[in-house]
Design a protein around this ligand. Structure first.
Ligand SMILES: NC(=O)c1ccc[n+]([C@@H]2O[C@H](COP(=O)([O-])OP(=O)(O)OC[C@H]3O[C@@H](n4cnc5c(N)ncnc54)[C@H](O)[C@@H]3O)[C@@H](O)[C@H]2O)c1
Length: 343
């Protein structure tokens, strides 16, 4: 079984080609008590309850963003207390990014931090959310505003999960895969042309991109910001859409915008911009947004937690796999780039 190392506050492995059931059993065997959190929607489908035993308690959590609420976090702390989880026990989060974000944050906050393991079941979770140690929940003021850097002790990738993933969620995950290709690994862009056939290599390469960036800059000093390519506008669109779009769908629009802005302010070729559109459309991902939304988007982007001071900053590309920081874009340049993606 191959694996990829991540060096953060501790070193851990992302196990590719793993068997998730065997991994759960092995983790449970090495702890006195293990609390496994999994969205109710996946429990029956993957017969998760069959794994329960005296030292492995399974708790069903809501699907999607509903799991990432302060109310739900309080419930999980109660569950930890009732089960008597100590510092030497552990938590496993199985599910999409919302489940691993919650499980990771419960682990980060319970007893000031206990061990946890991530078992992502969505493509977005495998290539993005479960890698990199960011954990968190949403506040009434915005998404992911409450959180902690708290790396898992291992990430278990089992592609069995992808078989039941909806086409929509697979495609949304491909937006992050494609982003990894554009910022760091152009081979991904070739492999994405036949994504289903090349999925194992696409997952491994995307994880390698994120692992390498996170290992150099765990707490987002600067380099880690390149992972936000396409996300500044993407996050603002998610907010306007009240999170009804998948994260990857909003990011897809943001990627085309960031590419156009890179063409205007960073020297990216028009051909490379077109390559963004073509690849994303292949996965039926949106690449345009409403013309009248720019003022609201600007307001939301200015309030994005990744912005610094008052100036809007974007990650751009000067070429494929050559990210740059666009720190001094003018409002005219933003309006021009937006004009090219709005319809
Ligand atoms: N921590 C990070 O670094 C990071 C990075 C990116 C995104 N995120 C977070 O991740 C979340 C998005 O993740 P997501 O796209 O996985 O969404 P999600 O967790 O909401 O899952 C999407 C849907 O897919 C279903 N699903 C998941 N796996 C399945 C499977 N194998 N078979 C059938 N259905 C399955 C889920 O139950 C849900 O209905 C957001 O909350 C986002 O903020 C975190």
């Amino acid at each position: 079984m191959s694996s990829i190392k991540v060096v953060a506050e501790r070193e851990y492995s992302v196990h590719l080609d793993a068997n998730w059931r065997k991994s759960v059993e092995a983790i449970a065997e090495s702890h006195n008590k293990t609390l496994l959190m999994v969205p109710a929607e996946l429990v029956e489908q993957f017969q998760v309850l069959a794994l329960a035993k005296a030292n492995l308690r399974i708790v069903e959590i809501p699907t999607g963003e509903a799991a990432k609420s302060p109310d739900y976090l309080l419930k999980m702390w109660e569950v930890c207390g009732d089960y008597g989880l100590t510092r030497s026990d552990c938590i496993i989060g199985i599910g999409g990014g919302s489940a691993t974000d919650l499980a990771g944050f419960v682990a980060a906050s319970w007893l000031r931090g206990i061990t946890w393991h991530a078992i992502p079941t969505s493509l977005a979770g495998m290539v993005d959310a479960a890698i990199g140690g960011k954990t968190g929940i949403n506040s009434s003021h915005g998404k992911n505003l409450i959180g902690a850097f708290h790396s898992p002790s291992s990430v278990v990738i089992d592609k069995e999960f992808l078989e039941s993933l909806s086409e929509r969620d697979f495609n949304a995950g491909m937006a992050e895969v494609i982003k990894s290709g554009f910022i760091a690994d152009s081979k991904i862009l070739e492999l994405a042309l036949d994504a289903k056939a090349n999925i194992a290599e696409l997952i491994a390469r995307s994880i390698a991109v994120k692992a390498s960036v996170v290992s150099s800059d765990f707490k987002e000093g600067r380099l880690r910001e390149i992972l936000n390519y396409g996300h500044t506008l993407g996050h603002a669109i998610e907010k306007i859409e009240e999170y009804k779009l998948r994260h990857g769908e909003a990011v897809a629009i943001g990627l085309v915008f960031a590419a156009e802005l890179s063409n205007i302010a960073g020297g990216l070729s028009a051909m490379a911009v077109e390559q963004h559109r073509e690849l994303l459309r292949k996965f039926e991902l949106p690449t345009t947004y409403r013309p009248d939304a720019l003022p609201k988007l600007l307001e939301l982007m200015a309030g994005d937690k990744k912005s610094r001071g008052t100036a809007l900053r974007f990650i751009g590309l000067e070429d494929i796999a050559k990210p740059i920081w666009l720190e001094a874009v003018t409002s005219d340049q933003i309006a021009e780039a937006y004009g090219r993606i709005s319809s």
